[in-house]
Design a protein around this ligand. Structure first.
Ligand SMILES: O=c1ccn([C@@H]2O[C@H](COP(=O)(O)OP(=O)(O)O[C@H]3O[C@H](CS(=O)(=O)O)[C@@H](O)[C@H](O)[C@H]3O)[C@@H](O)[C@H]2O)c(=O)[nH]1
Length: 453
């Protein structure tokens, strides 16, 4: 089997607190869709999923009175998008979502977080924690209000529960919805059948519900959906931004770029993209699919304001697609997409990354930076648990966000130093058992996998 390079140093840097394996999937699988084939699968095979399901739909108002006035509303007869003012951030308690919520609030958008907090529940179930301490969502929002005077709304609930999502939509009336709220770990989706089913059910149904909510309650609302560069796979030709023009047997057409995803998680995003593209065509939905690269970094202008506003820590996670970006660019890209909405019926695709690195290049960079800080750093080679070509061509276009004005923060020595310094600061919180890959793409089976304490 091919080998992949990983960097480890005396601190055993972890890529965060992702549920890399084990235990009960989550507490959020909704069984309310009575005729769904997914329901049949769950009822037949997944008693544990049924048992642990808790749909907790609780809308918490945290001082909306001081917020910006609602957006100008929707002119349904026009193709012109209303100036977006109110943004719903689904998955707004997560790594990218929290930083984005703060950034948009700072830019005077009225923001509401929608999240079922399942990411925190994964961590509790698996005995994991973030390297950097993370405050509760309630404390985060209160701290933001006390520092800036700005309100962020909060709706705690599961978007697979359409009733919950409808109520959140009707009460907040968003002009734009940013959707981060998915199970986003490829290794997690490859542990066993139940995790694969959970990932695809949860992600596909959640996105479908968001599309139906827009159609029913705010048809001018712009969907900004987080996809991943992993949807494209690693073709032996240049990767375009969503579409490719092909001449075949003398005829020419511009078609969706082929998708060759390499995990059940990445495939869930491909299915989402197809559903979104179809509803843009059929219902006139406005949508932007952001195929994001690997995000790294801890600090944005806003999260750096107080330790209770801190994001999770992420150096890098291993992925076959070598596009990377700083968390400060993630929040900038989302803002650019919202401020320049898609037309009615338009399905836009932006490739959201700023630099490309191979794993070996990253290993060399981290090794060099660690040595500079006096750390004992080694590069070790471990078997690659994924099924992928070790050497392959990769050249992906990423112009559209730059054209809208993205000013990238590129990886520099000083940024690497600061990331490593974070790890040094929180060295006592490092759980070295979580570093090595523990899920094999080839060994996934139907038998549920459990994990010792
Ligand atoms: O059904 C769900 C699943 C998740 N969540 C919430 O969504 C948030 C996801 O946050 P995260 O920290 O697990 O994920 P994050 O790293 O922010 O990943 C985000 O950014 C990814 C791009 S990338 O960084 O992996 O390239 C996207 O693919 C993911 O969909 C998107 O959640 C969490 O608060 C979680 O509780 C829900 O509300 N409902």
């Amino acid at each position: 089997m091919a080998n992949a390079a990983l960097v480890s140093c005396s601190l055993n840097l972890s890529s965060g607190s992702k549920p890399s394996s084990h235990l009960v999937p989550s507490a959020s699988v909704s069984l309310q869709i009575s005729r769904s084939p997914f329901r049949r699968i769950l009822l037949k095979g997944d008693k544990r999923l049924r048992k642990c399901r808790t749909v907790y739909a609780m809308a918490v108002s945290m001082g909306q009175e001081a917020g910006v006035q609602p957006g100008s509303g929707s002119d349904h007869s026009s193709n012109e998008a209303p100036t977006p003012k109110k943004v719903m951030v689904i998955g707004g308690d997560g790594y990218c979502g929290w930083a984005t919520s703060l950034h948009l609030s700072n830019k005077n958008y009225e923001v509401a977080v929608v999240d079922n907090l399942v990411r925190r529940s994964f961590d509790h179930q698996l005995g994991l924690d973030s390297l950097t301490p993370i405050a509760s969502i309630h404390n985060r929002i209160r701290r933001w209000k006390s520092l800036t005077g700005k309100d962020i709304g909060l709706y705690v609930g599961d978007i697979c529960d359409f009733e919950f999502l409808s109520e959140a939509f009707k009460s907040f009336e968003p002009d734009a919805v940013v959707h981060f709220g998915e199970q986003r770990s490829a290794p997690y989706s490859m542990i066993d059948r139940s995790r694969a089913v959970y990932t695809q059910y949860n992600n596909v149904i959640g996105t479908l519900n968001a599309l139906f909510a827009i159609k029913e309650f705010g048809e001018d609302c712009h969907l900004v959906k987080l996809g991943t560069m992993g949807e494209y796979g690693t073709p032996n030709i240049d990767i375009e931004e969503g579409f490719i023009t092909i001449t075949h047997n003398g005829r020419t057409d511009t078609l969706p770029y082929p998708k060759q995803a390499s995990s059940f998680y990445h495939l869930s995003k491909v299915h989402d993209s197809h559903n979104i593209a179809f509803t843009c065509k059929a219902w006139g939905i406005r949508a932007t699919d952001l195929n994001q690269g690997v995000v790294y970094g801890v600090k944005t202008e806003e999260t750096a304001m107080h330790e209770e506003l801190s994001s999770a820590y992420r150096l890098w996670k291993r992925r076959p697609d070598p596009g990377y970006l700083d968390i400060r660019d993630t929040v900038q890209c989302i803002e650019l997409a919202i401020a320049n909405p898609a037309e009615r019926g338009e399905f836009r695709v932006f490739n959201q990354f700023t630099e490309q690195f191979s794993v070996n290049e990253l290993a060399a960079l981290v090794t060099k930076a660690g040595k500079k800080l006096g750390l004992n750093v080694r590069t070790v080679y471990v078997p690659n648990p994924r099924v992928e070509a070790e050497e392959h061509y990769y050249n992906a276009k990423h112009m559209k966000l730059a054209e809208l004005g993205l000013e990238p923060h590129l990886l520099s020595d000083s940024l690497l130093d600061s990331l490593l310094n974070f790890a040094v600061q929180y060295r006592d919180r490092v759980d070295s058992r979580q570093i090595m890959p523990s899920v094999s793409w080839r060994k996934i089976g139907a038998k549920p996998k459990t994990v010792p304490a």
